[in-house]
Write a protein that binds this ligand. Sequence first.
Ligand SMILES: Nc1nc2c(ncn2[C@@H]2O[C@H](COP(=O)(O)OP(=O)(O)OP(=O)(O)O)[C@@H](O)[C@H]2O)c(=O)[nH]1
Ligand SMILES: [Mg+2]
Length: 440
Amino acid sequence: MFDSLTEKLEATFKTLRGHGSLTDENIKEALKDIRRALLDADVNYKVARDFIAEVETEAIGAETIRSVDPGQLIVKIVHQKLISLLGSQTSDVYISEHPPSVIMICGLQGSGKTTLSSKLALRYKKKGKKVLLVAADPYRPAAIKQLQTLGKQIDVDVFEMGQANPVEICQKALSQASKQFVDLVILDTAGRLHIDDELMDELAEIKKSVKPQELLLVADAMTGQDAVNVAGTFHEKLEITGVCLSKMDGDARGGAALSIKRVTGCPIKLVGVGEKMTDLEAFHPERVASRILGMGDIVSLVEKAQDTIDVKEAAKLEKKLRKSQFTLDDFYQQIQQLKKMGPLESLMDMIPGAGKLMKGATIDPKSMVRVEAMILSMTPGERDKPQIINGSRRKRIAKGSGTTVQDINKMLKQFGQMKKMLKSFTKGGLRGLPKGISPF
Ligand SMILES: Nc1nc2c(ncn2[C@@H]2O[C@H](COP(=O)(O)OP(=O)(O)OP(=O)(O)O)[C@@H](O)[C@H]2O)c(=O)[nH]1
Ligand SMILES: [Mg+2]
């Protein structure tokens, strides 16, 4: 989502690098460009103005350090200031040591509350917690059904009392949770189209009665500065403990993420990056700042890989790679693992420099599907020893996979090249990566 901002900042830094040293003039020029880039990304104008003033003060103060590359120096300052703008430290969701811990989810209609409640439930279920989801939206009958469907999908219990009073629902849910030794209760409350007194009063009453450890607001990142205003009002009225930005996978420009902490004082704790139950990320200011500046975010990438890749399978694969026994079957398994990690474009942003490298070279999911179909149309023997795939076999595979013989030729050639490349990788190029992570 920060693509355009990243691109503009990179262009600014490149121009600066062209100069031998920093002067007041080239600093001013660069700052003007950075300010414009922030505003284009829909950052609150006061936030952008203060940001620029802070960078300017430091850059002018640092001007005397002549030995440093001027471009580098500004990048360093902007990086630090971005981290502070995004909230400095990672604020994780707080879970009480005395169960049940209560997380109350609130926000406007359609912001993503029910989705986020379920994603959170899955997150803590994976950590071994017993979770109870509570349908505290009695106004829309379909709301209960939606939560039940998601609960079933992730195998988490859902508490509901139909159209009863929401305060009562939450109280009853809590007493049931205590009896059943639930570790974490997540309250999915009702949303309204606009912020109104009725909504606020109801939420305040629930808060007073169940005393949640966390009161999280879900704000739609796509709404930009509106999300910031909503967060401000909710914080003022309810003292929320954190903001979760949903729909960060959309084409939002990043302004909400870059403004919320500074404008409202409330930290961003989580981000929703898709509709799937696993599309939830913790918000790490430093990593996001690095991503914005095109420095990549290897830590998140490795974490994501560790989370999704079957470590045992990966270790087996590594062994095969060393012995150069990588087959088309293994290739197929790798494609499946990759698909689990999410869209390739989002992974590319995390690799330093890859964003720039991949620019324009779109990764076509359709071609991945084609490769899958080709491999699936082969016999086990062919997958094991691609060298036996002669002309007539190629024809058969092309027919079976709805492709052409040329496509098969191309794929086999690429596979051969990849195998060669992987072999050279395993000969020492992989040391920097943690054990069990393959080079994909
Ligand atoms: N792409 C994307 N879609 C999301 C994300 N979070 C939620 N959605 C979608 O947004 C829509 C609304 O989400 P809900 O979770 O139902 O929102 P809600 O706040 O509970 O809505 P109400 O209960 O009607 O107030 C659904 O179609 C979700 O799939 C996200 O992070 N990314
Ligand atoms: Mg809902």
